[in-house]
Design a protein around this ligand. Structure first.
Ligand SMILES: Cc1cc2nc3c(=O)[nH]c(=O)nc-3n(C[C@H](O)[C@H](O)[C@H](O)COP(=O)(O)OP(=O)(O)OC[C@H]3O[C@@H](n4cnc5c(N)ncnc54)[C@H](O)[C@@H]3O)c2cc1C
Length: 479
């Protein structure tokens, strides 16, 4: 019997698991995918917003500003990558300048620190590629950029270190409530008994609510956003996050530097029926190309290395819905967590545990908030590299030539506490295959390493989900 079971291992479920792991409790995380943070948390702009934009008085506003501050502690505790970019919101005429003033006042009410206005000349001193059509910018120095997948992954690794259990490939399909106990059943028929449940299922959080026959007032209306990724050789082309003025559709098409040097262009915002869609469209990507040029000149479109999309868990409630069910005690919904969910995530976890669940237990003496830093061979000094190579010769074999990732780092990613045996899982953990050739050179080598390390036949190594092998049969037999 578990004390708490969390449905969903995105950034929200993972940080809640870590927050609960401070206490002497039996905690389980159930995730339908074969990897953590594979849905919304995998595909977004990665911005830790300053909190200037959500309407003052909403939970989104309060938790964004708090979440932004909490990222500094997460960086220290969990060794996450954080880029302190700051941001410019760009106005192009007098009407937009008026909206920029409104945004400034909203930011002031939300207690966003250090905002100031620049004219184009002042702004171009630090961003020479800013479009010449811009008339005024609002500078938001507290804006940062993280690697959301890593935040979730590190938070969950730390939670596991503090006693939390996780099951991947476990999709909850039914929920029963009997005698103060919840019985959760997954797609394989396995059942889990738990005293409390936390619904952190992202775009699927209303499906979980429906399994409970709860009438909580939210429904997810999924909204897709598409992106282009520019190769990391563009690093420095733009150094701040660039926003246009926000509209009803959201924050608009942005330019966002990423922690590994790439730059994202996008997203658009389109309502979709399919919550699981990961496709991009000609129309969507054309829309991005057209709109992004209002922010910067000379955009190096020739350096696009891929496109992707993510689906936002936008809800009819219009704010984050973080409440205990009114009909089912000890069942908590953390729903409608669309943007700025990455930003607010650490504050959402604290708000749920401290204010909604209101745990009154003491913090356990064994709780350890720190996660040991992993070895990133390319970041070591020459001497450290030599020492590591002596200890473990496979640090001397480069597999991903674009990102300089060694065979040992790939082996570490396969066998870690939250290891993976898929090409995509290795790409996320070790960055092998993230460079300009997008795995063209190293994927075939990684397949062999995974097969060897997991003792699987090579044609059973999956690209991403179950049944996505990248090799079907041998075409050339050498004697
Ligand atoms: C295009 C786009 C851009 C964005 N940009 C930003 C940004 O720059 N900054 C920002 O702050 N926010 C941004 N966001 C929002 C942010 O990505 C989300 O708010 C955040 O990732 C939500 O995390 P989550 O854990 O709630 O959801 P998810 O990451 O979707 O996690 C939910 C998990 O629940 C699992 N699950 C679902 N159903 C079940 C089930 N039945 N059984 C078991 N598991 C289940 C899913 O597989 C999934 O892993 C953006 C979102 C999108 C889509």
């Amino acid at each position: 019997m578990y004390d708490y079971t969390i449905i969903g291992a995105g950034i929200i479920g993972s940080l809640i698991a870590r927050e609960l792991s401070k206490y002497e409790l039996k905690i389980l995380v159930l995730e339908k995918e074969n990897d953590v943070a594979n849905v919304q948390t995998r595909a977004n702009s990665a911005i830790v917003h300053s909190g200037h934009d959500p309407k003052h008085g909403t939970l989104k506003a309060k938790l964004s500003v708090e979440g932004n501050k909490l990222y500094d502690q997460l960086e220290k505790d969990l060794n996450i990558s954080l880029l302190r970019t700051g941001a410019f919101v760009c106005a192009h005429d007098k009407d937009e300048e008026k909206l920029l003033d409104d945004l400034y006042h909203n930011g002031k009410l939300n207690q966003v620190k250090d905002m100031q206005f620049f004219n184009l000349q002042q702004a171009q001193l630090s961003e020479p590629n800013l479009s010449d059509d811009i008339t005024k910018v609002l500078s938001l120095p507290t804006t940062k950029v993280c690697f959301p997948w890593e935040v979730a992954f590190h938070a969950l690794e730390n939670a596991i270190h503090n006693g939390v259990q996780i099951r991947r490939n476990s999709e909850i399909i039914s929920i029963q409530h009997e005698n103060d106990i919840y019985i959760l059943k997954d797609q394989k028929g396995k059942t889990y008994e738990t005293k409390s449940v936390i619904n952190a299922a992202g775009v699927y959080s209303d499906d979980i609510k429906d399994m409970l026959s709860d009438d909580a007032p939210f429904k997810i209306t999924p909204r897709k956003g598409e992106y282009f990724v520019l190769d990391k050789s563009v690093k420095g082309f733009i150094n701040h996050v660039l926003y246009p003025l926000p509209s009803k559709k959201g924050k608009g098409v942005l330019i966002t530097p990423q922690v590994h040097g790439n730059i994202l262009l996008g997203p658009n915002s389109v309502f979709v029926d399919d919550k699981g869609s990961i496709s991009t469209s000609k129309e969507g990507l054309s829309y991005i190309r057209e709109h992004v040029t209002s922010l910067a000149k000379n955009i190096p479109f020739g350096l696009i290395i891929r496109s992707f999309s993510g689906v936002r868990a936008t809800s009819t409630y219009k704010d984050f819905y973080i409440k205990e069910s009114t009909t089912h005690p000890n069942f908590f919904h953390v729903a409608g967590i669309d943007s700025p969910g990455i930003t607010a995530a650490p504050a959402i976890a604290k708000y749920l545990v401290d204010e909604i669940i209101n745990i009154s237990l003491p913090i356990k003496s064994t709780y350890d908030p720190l996660l040991k830093k992993k070895i990133v061979f390319n970041e070591l000094s020459k001497q450290e590299k030599q020492e590591k190579q002596k200890e473990q010769p496979l640090y001397g074999r480069i597999i991903c030539k674009c990102e300089h990732i060694t065979e040992q780092e790939i082996i570490d990613a396969i066998h870690g506490p939250l290891g993976s045996d898929t090409i995509k899982g290795i790409k996320k953990r070790a960055r092998a295959g993230s460079g300009i050739c997008q795995g063209g050179y190293c994927e075939s080598l990684i397949v062999k390493i995974i097969a060897r390390e997991t003792q699987k036949p090579i044609d059973k190594v999956n690209y991403d989900q179950e049944n996505t092998p990248i090799l079907y049969k041998e075409t050339k037999v050498t004697s």
